[in-house]
Design a protein around this ligand. Structure first.
Ligand SMILES: Cc1cc2nc3c(=O)[nH]c(=O)nc-3n(C[C@H](O)[C@H](O)[C@H](O)COP(=O)(O)O)c2cc1C
Length: 360
C-alpha cells in the first residue's frame, strides 16, 4: 500500500504517528548549554501541534563545539534532567523526542543572530568567545576565527565527547538521534575537499576525508540502543565546483548504512560562504530521492517544504520517508493540523481536547 503524509512510520522499535518532523533549529536561548522553559515551550508546543517527530536543535557535545555562547549543550551530566523534562512532555503529546548532536568546529564562537547585525561574526575572548578548531587552519570566512588544526589525539578526544553525549542523550529520554554532519560544521569540514587539506589519514582521499564521520558514528552507534533509530544529517552538496557532490553523498550513505545508520537527513550547503544555492520550493528533495533509491536507505527531505499537498506528494511518490519542516514550523506550530485539512484528511491529526473548540 502506498504511503502518505499521515501514514505512521515505523523504524526499529519506534513508530512516528505521521511522516512530519520538526527540523532541528537553534534557539540561541540557553546558558552554559542548559535547556530551559523556552526550549520546553518551543519543542513542546510543536509536539502539541501534531508533528510525529521533534528534533531538538544542534546540541553541542563539548562547550567549544557551540556555534554561539547561547547554544544548547549536552557536555555534562547536569544537562540531563532539564532535557528529561522536555522529552517526557513531548512523549506525553504522542510525539517522538529527537536530538541533534553537534560540534561547530571552525564555525564556533560566533554571536547569536540577534546579538550582532551580521551573522557569523566571531565572539572575541573578552566577550566570552573561545578558540575554535578544525581539520586545518583556514577560517570559514573573514569574520570567523582562525581555527587551530586538530591533532589525531585531539580528534579522538572529540569523538569521545560524541560518545559520552550519546549516552547522556539516551539517559535524557531521547528516542531518535541525529549526528550533525552538515552545514560546514566539524564533520562536514572533514569530508569536504574544500575545507580539508590534511595530509594524514584524515585528509586527502575520499576514504580519508570520511574517516572522521565513520569513526565517530561507529563509536556513537555502539552506545545507542539498537532498537532506536540512529540518523545522520549530511550536506549532500557544497554547490561549488570541486566540492562535495551528491555522488559522494550516495557513497557515504552506503558506508553509513553498513555502520548501522538507519536514515539520512538530506540537507546541503553551509561550508562555503555565498555558494550559489538554487533555493526554491523543495530544492533539496532530489538529494533525498537519489540517496533513498541509490543507497537503499531511508531518508528525510528538508528545505522549503511548506504546503500539505507538497509534503504529501513527496511521501506518496517515494522521494522520502519523512519530511522535516523548519521555518514553516516557526510560523505555525499547528502546521500538521493545517496540512491534514489541506490534503482532505481532517481526522488524521488529533486536536488536543483542550483546543477542540478552536478547530471544530
Ligand atoms: C532559526 C533556524 C535555526 C536552525 N538551526 C539548525 C540546527 O540547529 N541544525 C541544523 O541542522 N539545521 C538548522 N537549521 C536549518 C533547518 O533545520 C532546515 O534544514 C532549513 O531551515 C531548511 O528548512 P526550511 O526551509 O523548512 O526552513 C536552522 C534553520 C533556522 C531557520
Amino acid at each position: 500500500m502506498s504511503q502518505h503524509l499521515f501514514s505512521p512510520f515505523s523504524m526499529k522499535g519506534i513508530t512516528l504517528r505521521n511522516r512530519i518532523g520538526v527540523s532541528p533549529m537553534c534557539q540561541y536561548s540557553a546558558e552554559d548549554g542548559t535547556p530551559n522553559d523556552w526550549h520546553l515551550v518551543h519543542l513542546g508546543s510543536r509536539a502539541v501541534g501534531g508533528a510525529g517527530l521533534i528534533i531538538a536543535e544542534a546540541t553541542a557535545v563539548e562547550a567549544r563545539g557551540r556555534i554561539s555562547p547561547e547554544d544548547l549543550g549536552i557536555y555534562k551530566d547536569e544537562h540531563i534532567p532539564p532535557f528529561r523534562r522536555i522529552t517526557d512532555f513531548i512523549r506525553k503529546q504522542g510525539a517522538v523526542p529527537g536530538i541533534q548532536l553537534a560540534h561547530a568546529g571552525r564555525k564556533a564562537s560566533t554571536y547569536s543572530p540577534w546579538k550582532q547585525r551580521v551573522s557569523g561574526v566571531a565572539v572575541p575572548d573578552e566577550d566570552g568567545g573561545w578558540e575554535v578548531v578544525g581539520p586545518g587552519n583556514t577560517p570559514f570566512s573573514k569574520n570567523h576565527r582562525i581555527p587551530r588544526e586538530l591533532s589525531p589525539e585531539e580528534i579522538a578526544d572529540i569523538q569521545e565527547s560524541f560518545r559520552l553525549a550519546t549516552l547522556r542523550a539516551r539517559e535524557a529520554g531521547f528516542e531518535w538521534i541525529e549526528f550533525h554532519a552538515a552545514h560546514g560544521y566539524l564533520a562536514h569540514s572533514f569530508y569536504s575537499p574544500l575545507s580539508n587539506q590534511r595530509t594524514d589519514r584524515y585528509g586527502g582521499s575520499f576514504d580519508n576525508r570520511i574517516r572522521f564521520v565513520l569513526e565517530t558514528v561507529r563509536l556513537m552507534r555502539k552506545e545507542w540502543p539498537e532498537e532506536l533509530p540512529f540518523t545522520v544529517r549530511l550536506s549532500c552538496s557544497d554547490w561549488v565546483e570541486g566540492g562535495w557532490t551528491l555522488e559522494d553523498s550516495v557513497d557515504l550513505a552506503k558506508r553509513l548504512k553498513e555502520e548501522g545508520v538507519d536514515l539520512i537527513d538530506c540537507s546541503s550547503g553551509g561550508n562555503i560562504p555565498k555558494a550559489p544555492i538554487p533555493v526554491g520550493a523543495g530544492y533539496q528533495v532530489p538529494f533525498s530521492e537519489t540517496i533513498r533509491h541509490s543507497a537503499k536507505i531511508a531518508t528525510a527531505a528538508v528545505g522549503l517544504i511548506t504546503h500539505g499537498m507538497q509534503a504529501d506528494d513527496i511521501i506518496r511518490n517515494g522521494r522520502a520517508d519523512l519530511v522535516l519542516l523548519g521555518r514553516e514550523m516557526l510560523r505555525d506550530p499547528y502546521w500538521p493540523l493545517r496540512a491534514s485539512q489541506q490534503v482532505h484528511q481532517r481526522d488524521a491529526v488529533p486536536v488536543p481536547p483542550q483546543y477542540e473548540r478552536g478547530w471544530n
